[in-house]
Every structure is written in structure tokens, then in C-alpha cells.
Ligand binder design. Structure first.
Ligand SMILES: [Zn+2]
Ligand SMILES: [Zn+2]
Length: 256
């Protein structure tokens, strides 16, 4: 059995979980900080070097990057218009390896890269989320869910919960009837589309009582672009009278 294990890399050479290239030389000492040492060996050196971690000098409230001297904010925008969420966290910047992995998951249903990214970020995720926390996926319009066959933020919540032992509730926050895709809209249109996009279920208080949340309530999305979607979802969640926190696994480089 041991011999078989030793021979395995030669019979089945390891493939990189994000670019899928078979590689014999494994990545050593090229990892970005916070990538779990035990997991780094699965990833090829090129992909590993192109993982960009979200900067820590960000506005505490909305998560945008600030000059180090101004962090943790609030940024100018949050100073004049404080967001509904208390705090926004991201793990990665949405580019290169992370973008490839997330697109494979979202467009082709291939989750190997995402799984690897989450596993390798276990210490960071366990530092952000506690077993007492409740995760609320940003709900997706039903029409889009039918098209893609997967509710991405709900899937992400389940995967995070497996790592952090947090609870997940899919039924508290709902999407209303407006099905226009956010990415197909611009500026003001986008905002007015979002303004009425979310609602709480009628029995939200009963549901919350059932979960008996002792920790934080997080609204969770996969990718943060302008932050508007998370902000509106958090605004609706604030009606629960709980402090609300926001999380997106990656944020686009335009916010860095
Ligand atoms: Zn690779
Ligand atoms: Zn801010």
C-alpha cells in the first residue's frame, strides 16, 4: 500500500487544480503569505505566484483599499454615507489564478480550483468566521439560477461552513421579481435595479430565533465589484436588528 502511495505521483502525475496542467515539479517556497503550506504543493508554481491576496490596508467598513496611512478608514465615502454593514472582508483579488478558478466554477461548474483556494485559505477563513456565525448567501434571481443550475453564493457558503463550522441560512433573504442581470446595467440603472432586489421572508424573526445566532451574521457573495449588491443586501438584512457583516471571496482589481 505504501509503495502504491509512493508510486502514485509517477502513475498519476499531479495536475494543477487551477490551470489543470500536469506538473512534475511542485511549487516550493513560492507561496503568497496566508496560503496554507500543506496545500500549496498541489498548485503549479506559475498559478501559485499569480494568486493575489486582498490587501489588509482597507476601509474597515466597505473593504476598498486605502493608502496604508488611512487604513482602517473610514474612507471618504463611508465617512459621509456609512454602509449598512459593520465590516467587509475579502480574501483574494479577482485576477489571474483566482479569476480563472472562479470562472471555471461559475461558467463551467468545475470547482476543483475553488475547492483548492478555499482549502488553502483555511487559516484565514477560520480567523474571519466562527462556528457561532450565520452565513447568508446573496440570493440570485431565479431565472439566472435556472440557467446556471447552481446558486453560486449558496454553494460558496456551504463550502465555507464546512471549513469554519458556521451555520448557513438560505431562506431568510430573498430576491424579488426583478431579474435584470446586474452586469448588463450601468450606473443609475444598476442602483435602481438593486434598490428593490432583496427582501426578508415574512417569518424571518422565527427563522432567526431558530438559529439563535451568538456570533456574527454575514452576507456572503463570491465576487465584489462595486460593492453595491452587498450593500443593498446588507441594508435589507439590517431590518433584523442584528449587526451585519459582509464577505466576498474576491474583489475586482478596480477596487484596489
Ligand atoms: Zn497551474
Ligand atoms: Zn469605506
Amino acid at each position: 500500500m505504501r509503495l502504491l502511495q509512493q508510486l502514485q505521483p509517477y502513475i498519476f502525475p499531479p495536475a494543477c487544480p487551477t490551470c489543470k496542467k500536469v506538473h512534475v515539479t511542485r511549487a516550493i517556497n513560492t507561496k503568497p503569505a496566508n496560503i496554507n503550506l500543506a496545500e500549496q504543493y498541489d498548485c503549479c508554481a506559475d498559478c501559485l505566484q499569480n494568486i493575489h491576496l486582498a490587501q489588509i490596508s482597507t476601509c474597515y467598513h466597505c473593504g476598498i483599499t486605502l493608502p496604508e496611512s488611512l487604513a482602517p478608514g473610514p474612507c471618504g465615502h463611508c465617512l459621509t454615507q456609512p454602509p449598512p454593514q459593520q465590516h467587509t472582508r475579502n480574501v483574494f483579488v479577482y485576477r489571474d489564478t483566482v479569476r480563472t478558478a472562479l470562472l471555471a466554477w461559475k461558467l463551467q461548474g468545475q470547482s476543483t480550483g475553488l475547492h483548492w483556494l478555499l482549502q488553502s485559505s483555511t487559516p484565514t477563513l477560520q480567523q474571519i468566521f466562527s462556528p457561532n456565525d450565520l452565513l447568508i448567501p446573496v440570493p440570485m434571481p431565479l431565472s439566472r439560477m435556472r440557467r446556471s443550475g447552481l446558486h453560486h453564493s449558496a454553494d460558496l457558503c456551504q463550502r465555507i461552513a464546512q471549513i469554519t463550522s458556521s451555520q448557513v441560512c438560505h431562506t431568510l433573504l430573498r430576491r424579488t421579481g426583478n431579474h435584470t442581470r446586474q452586469s448588463s446595467l450601468k450606473g443609475k440603472q444598476r442602483l435602481s435595479n438593486l434598490r428593490k432586489a432583496f427582501m426578508l421572508t415574512n417569518d424571518y424573526q422565527t427563522q432567526l430565533d431558530k438559529y439563535n445566532v451568538q456570533g456574527k451574521i454575514w452576507v456572503v457573495d463570491d465576487i465584489l465589484t462595486t460593492g453595491a449588491t452587498l450593500r443593498h443586501a446588507c441594508k435589507v438584512m439590517k431590518k433584523t436588528q442584528h449587526p451585519i457583516f459582509a464577505f466576498a471571496l474576491a474583489r475586482t482589481p478596480s477596487n484596489t
